[in-house]
Design a protein around this ligand. Structure first.
Ligand SMILES: [Fe+2]
Length: 294
């Protein structure tokens, strides 16, 4: 397949919606191909008990096995603040390599400080198998995954394009929900505006797969739309919305949002590529809550 065919191929996409965190995990593969990628997996975490479980990830594993797929890549669109990643669990069960945007190093530096992590916590991204630069391609059977840097929600955000499908991460949500917040450390509404323009400059029929859905009252969960639908009707950023108007709206709205319930547990695990912090002398791993820091 030549590179232009690779961008028009129509891969199979299967989404798994996690009602606990409103996150969608995707499995993507070529129609006849066995190689697949898993994007944005979820490790269930109960903040009341501090207990993790793998119900969500096991659904993905069952699907991959039942379809006879082979996991090549376990991708993160960014270091999520609303759920813990199940990447290491999936890798142990199914194989594959864990990849994220190379700017994760900037996120690691910030949060190493916020959490006062152990001195030997590396901030060079080595916890991940692969760090991706903007435009870099990964093989997926006879398809390719192309990484597209889309900073704004975080500095390390990547969207992933496979054929006519783009996994947009936290950039846009469904047209009636809008866009991702930009007020986390390293977030930037102006950068998000530019990232969204990149996505919306793709062909109108391009399929866009959301990382989350927060359905308005009365609507069922949805997570697939198109460039054309976003350009026509995204409530935050459609054709004709100026950068200044978007930044004003986004900044005002962000000022009203509280922190996600799982931001503190999630970030400190996700910057370790989903691994737990090292166990203490009693064999138990602990998560930290910095007081009055966020
Ligand atoms: Fe996010």
């Amino acid at each position: 397949m030549n590179p232009s065919d690779a961008l028009t191929a129509r891969p199979e996409v299967h989404g798994f919606f996690d009602p606990g965190t409103w996150t969608v995990t995707y499995v993507v593969h070529a129609p006849q191909g066995r190689a697949c990628a898993v994007i944005d997996s979820v490790l269930d975490y109960d903040p009341k008990s501090g207990r993790t479980s793998t119900t969500s990830a096991d659904k993905v594993i069952d699907y991959v096995r039942s379809q006879g797929l082979q996991v090549a890549w376990i991708l993160e669109t960014h270091a999520h603040a609303d759920h813990l990643s199940a990447a290491p669990y999936l890798k142990a069960q199914l194989g594959g390599q864990i990849a994220i945007g190379a700017q994760i190093t900037a996120v690691q530096k910030v949060f190493k400080g916020v959490f006062n992590l152990e001195p030997d916590f590396a901030v060079d991204g080595r916890q991940f198998d692969r760090l991706l630069a903007d435009g870099e391609s990964l093989p997926l059977g006879n398809l390719q995954i192309q990484a597209m840097s889309v900073p704004g929600h975080t500095p390390a955000c990547m969207a992933y394009q496979v054929g006519d499908a783009v996994f947009v991460g936290d950039t846009l949500f469904m047209p009636d929900v809008g866009s991702a917040r930009c007020d986390f450390p390293g977030g930037d509404a102006r950068a998000l505006y530019a990232s969204v323009q990149k996505i919306l400059s793709l062909p109108p029929q391009t399929r866009l797969f959301m990382c989350h859905d927060y359905p308005p009252e009365g609507r069922a969960v949805q997570y697939e739309t198109t460039v054309a639908a976003q350009r026509a009707g995204n409530i935050h950023l459609k054709d004709g919305t100026s950068e200044a108007d978007f930044v004003r709206m986004r900044t005002a709205r962000d000022a009203t949002l509280s922190m996600p319930v799982l931001i503190l547990p999630a970030v400190q695990v996700n910057i370790r590529a989903g691994e737990m912090p090292p166990a203490e002398t009693n064999g138990v791993a602990y998560l930290k809550i910095p007081l009055n820091a966020l």
